[in-house]
Design a protein around this ligand. Structure first.
Ligand code: ATP
Length: 437
């Protein structure tokens, strides 16, 4: 069954609050727009996304290494990168009743979409959060919370090539917080002011960017469909026309998803040429060139960058997975999440609280823990209710331990999507579950 598109976001937001995925930040004080906290299942889902990204971008390859740079970086970095002048959004404010601020590129005409009042002229608004390092608050102590992790990879470029065995083409990957003072945060965690970016800078020989650019577009799309299990029909690539490109880019492709509010960017893949290394070399007066051992040439490599936030993937997965159907004449809400990302992959549910059952159920739990993300659910309530709860958080498999288990050393695997139940020997359980992934 499909949920009407106009209700989908509302239903997903309610589910995430009800089941402990996402809460408004500092909610008891009224919350702050554009900031969210992640509860127990949200944390598990985020970790799964982040781990799968790292696994496929770093661990399963031999040409990408990791980096963690600081969240606060000095003004010089942002002056060099162009963010001080270019990381701006056009802002218009309502001069009528509601005084709301709008991104100029999100409104048409000269009237406020909320109250109809007149809109101010457009002014450029820098999205970076400014702070001060040390006890004095003057311009010499100014620093910024990073709006992207990428600059860390560029300013540490020399350190990485001098200390590791990387050879062009190679990548540097980073996962970490980023901050943007978005004018209009919204669509839940799609656009927030604090989020977790996953970025990889893939360095290539100058002018040899087309092939790796195309490779990364396809590879990133493959990851979404084959590893995260997103519906391919809801995904597409959008190649930016030259005139709308960022100041550093010669070609950019967005992987877009068909959100309930329309097609929107899930991930951006940008060809940044040698723009960043060049400006940092100029501003820092440090030699950032790379000596190619194969050609004996010195050059600034060009770079391809796939960039996406964990938060945006998370909301995409939830919207893609949300479903409602009817089982045994009762309506049911479920998340059809791929087992790779499900916050709980296997739930162990003893049929009753009888001691002999609990003992076996705990043994099954320890057999599975460490291999899968496991939840043990012995709470009261009939088994059907516990299945429904697991369906709602997206658990693909429930393992039921019942009185027959004591005789036949077998358990029931109940599948979330089909609600099919099959009997499996405990000794074969791990293999059977693995085959279901
Ligand atoms: P926009 O023009 O929509 O503001 P952008 O093109 O500046 O965004 P990029 O700099 O390309 O965004 O960001 C790379 C990726 O980071 C995006 O594809 C998205 O996954 C994520 N991202 C960017 N801004 C936010 C945000 N405010 N909240 C959550 N994720 C974000």
């Amino acid at each position: 069954m499909t949920t009407p598109r106009d209700q989908l976001m509302e239903k997903v937001v309610a589910l995430t609050k009800r089941r402990g995925f996402i809460f408004p930040s500092s909610e008891i004080y009224g919350g702050v727009s554009g900031f969210y906290d992640y509860g127990p299942y949200g944390v598990a889902l985020k970790r799964a996304i982040r781990d799968l990204w790292w696994r496929h971008m770093v661990d399963l390859r031999d040409d990408v290494v990791g980096l963690e740079s600081t969240l606060i970086m000095p003004t010089q970095v942002w002056a060099a990168s162009g963010h001080l002048t270019n990381f701006v959004d056009p802002l218009r404010q309502c001069l009528g009743e509601c005084k709301k601020r709008w991104r100029a590129d999100h409104v048409t005409g000269d009237r406020c979409p909320e109250c109809g009042g007149p809109l101010s002229e457009t002014r450029q608004f820098n999205l970076m959060f400014k702070t001060h390092v040390g006890p004095t608050e003057d311009s010499s102590s100014e620093a910024y919370l990073r709006p992207e992790t990428a600059q860390g990879m560029f300013v540490d470029f020399k350190n990485v090539i001098n200390s590791s065995r990387v050879r062009v083409p190679f990548g540097i990957a980073q996962v970490g917080r980023a901050f943007r003072n978005e004018i209009t945060p919204g669509n839940f965690v799609f656009r927030v002011r604090e989020f977790e970016l996953m970025e990889m800078e893939y360095f290539v020989r100058p002018h040899q960017d087309d092939e790796p650019f195309d490779y990364w577009r396809k590879e990133r799309m493959r990851w979404y469909t084959d590893v995260l299990g997103l519906n391919p029909e809801r995904l597409r690539m959008y190649d930016h026309p030259k005139e709308s490109l960022s100041h550093y880019s010669t070609q950019t492709t967005d992987i877009e998803y068909d959100f309930p509010f329309g097609w929107g960017e899930l991930e951006g893949i940008a060809d940044r040429t040698d723009f960043d290394l060049k400006v940092h070399q100029d501003h820092s007066k440090q030699d950032l060139t790379y000596l190619d051992p194969e050609t004996n040439e010195r050059y600034l490599p060009w770079v391809i960058e796939p960039a996406v936030s964990v938060d945006r993937i998370l909301i995409t997965l939830l919207l893609d997975a949300y479903d409602e159907d009817v089982v045994n004449n009762e309506p049911r809400v479920l998340l059809r999440l791929h087992p790779n990302v499900a916050p709980v992959q296997v739930a162990v549910v003893p049929l009753s609280k009888k001691e002999e059952l609990i003992k076996v159920a705990r043994e099954v739990q320890s057999l599975l823990q460490g291999r899968f993300r496991v939840e043990y659910d012995q709470t009261g309530g009939n088994i059907g209710r516990r299945y429904r709860r697991q369906d709602e958080i997206g658990t693909p498999f429930c393992i039921t331990v019942d009185f027959d288990t004591l005789q036949d050393q077998a358990v029931t695997i109940r599948q979330r999507d089909s609600t099919l139940q099959t009997r499996v020997k405990i000794s074969a359980l791990v293999d059977v579950l693995r085959a279901g992934f």
